[in-house]
Design a protein around this ligand. Structure first.
Ligand SMILES: *Cc1c(COP(=O)(O)O)cnc(C)c1O
Length: 417
């Protein structure tokens, strides 16, 4: 039998919680829109789109990384409730800044969008222009971005969206001369293979002129510590792709750096409509997915990841290295895609098949396998030759190393005898 005291307690509790909480406490929570996690129709099958085995790497045209289960669960959870977008943008930025040891952070719709928002922020900083004046009102104000000639790349487009003029420099003297009163920022392509001016000098000289420096490190995780290395080095803004080595949603990315500039980047971002970033929306699911992916990555170790990638690589290596004329080597690029790549050098005459034909056969087979697009080329920085088959194992799912090994072996031996 309930004592008077217990009754008084539960009654007070009920009243203090209010009617909604009381109802929820009385009934198990089950809304009419309840969604089940990680179960649903296979829309790839429904649409007739063939999934692939990704032995290529984190290429955007191959939809880059798949998200680890913990990230997919976080995305699913986030999809169940609306929030105020600005609350989520602000809280995720503050959380990421703490975890990634920088002043401030913003989840963008990718590294490319982060570069656009960085440019808009630096234009705003230099000129005091409001978001609605970018790009239309930029000409006639400070509008130059300084870049080393060897650092020009296809993502310059992301800066040019803000109507800036890119000014190329080669030597330190050029650089000092270019840093005039028209400069709004500098951009440093972290994985550039050449360029006379190193990172430290690049930043120090710009800072003598009060000019902020952005660094594009989109594909430069692992190692994990790169997420704080470059902001720690003094770069004012640094961007990363969310869907590459971090394994977050492919339409997410990170802009990390100075608080004043990140705030300006956010002003030029959605949900503000009269802003260059309006079309670069990151939905709540992807913002949460990006944060969850960073959490996932920070629980990994560089050594643990490398060991697993090498184990998978060895499975494939063992399957092909006994084939006549075949030689294998493992190459790790120095900065971007800094993971082991397997290079399989073959003699096409002896095997009766070229590397490009091997790639085509694997692509057309079942399951469809994608090799690295540098296969059969001069190597594109991966130290291959036109006789090289190139692949990486870091984007493979469990068991796919064995599938790639046996398919590759059978394609390489089929023409002989
Ligand atoms: C992949 C990449 C980008 C673009 O990244 P997204 O996240 O797809 O926008 C930008 N810069 C460099 C150097 C890259 O490798």
């Amino acid at each position: 039998m309930a004592s008077g005291k217990r009754f008084a307690f539960s009654r007070r509790r009920l009243l203090s919680c209010g009617p909604v909480a009381a109802l929820a406490a009385a009934m198990p929570f089950r809304s009419y829109a309840a969604t089940e996690p990680l179960a649903g129709e296979d829309y790839y099958a429904k649409l007739g789109v063939q999934p692939i085995i990704n032995a290529a790497g984190t290429y955007t045209f191959l939809t880059a990384a798949v998200m680890p289960t913990s990230v997919r669960k976080a995305v699913d959870q986030a999809a169940r409730h609306p929030v105020r977008l600005k609350d989520l943008q602000k809280a995720s930025g503050e959380y990421l800044a703490r975890k990634l040891r920088c002043e401030a952070a913003l989840v963008s719709s990718g590294a490319s969008a982060a570069l656009t928002l960085a440019t808009a922020a630096c234009i705003a900083k230099a000129n005091g222009l409001p978001p609605e004046a970018i790009p239309g009102g930029v000409a006639g104000h400070k509008n130059e971005v300084i870049v080393q000639k060897a650092h020009r790349y296809e993502y310059d487009h992301a800066m040019q969206l803000c109507n800036v003029v890119i000014r190329e420099v080669v030597t330190v003297d050029d650089y000092r001369a270019a840093l005039r009163d028209r400069t709004v920022m500098t951009n440093f392509f972290n994985a550039a293979e050449s360029g006379e001016i190193g990172r430290e000098d690049w930043v120090a000289i710009a800072h003598e002129h009060g000019v902020p420096c952005h660094l594009d490190a989109a594909a430069d995780v692992p190692p994990i510590e790169n997420l704080w290395k470059y902001t720690g080095m003094g770069f004012d803004l640094v961007c990363f792709s969310g869907g590459k080595g971090i394994r977050g949603p492919q339409n997410a990315g990170l802009l990390l750096g100075r608080k004043d500039l990140i705030e300006l980047a956010a002003q030029n971002d959605n949900p503000n409509s009269d802003a260059v970033g309006r079309g670069m929306k990151v939905a709540k699911e992807q913002i949460v997915g990006m944060v969850a992916a960073v959490d996932w990555l920070l629980e990994q170790s560089n050594e643990g990841m490398e060991k697993e990638f090498l184990r998978r690589t060895a499975v494939i290596q063992r399957a092909v290295e006994t084939i006549p004329s075949v030689q294998t080597r493992v190459v790790t690029p120095p900065i971007a895609n800094h993971v082991p790549h397997l290079i399989i050098d073959i003699d096409p005459k002896q095997l009766g098949i070229t590397p490009l034909q091997v790639a085509e056969e694997l692509r057309n087979g079942t399951p469809s396998i994608e090799l690295n697009p540098a296969t059969g080329t001069d190597g594109r920085g991966l130290m291959g030759t036109p006789n090289s088959i190139i692949l990486s194992t870091w984007m493979l799912e469990d068991g796919e190393d064995r599938v790639v090994a046996s398919r590759l072996r059978s394609v390489l031996v089929q023409k002989r005898g």
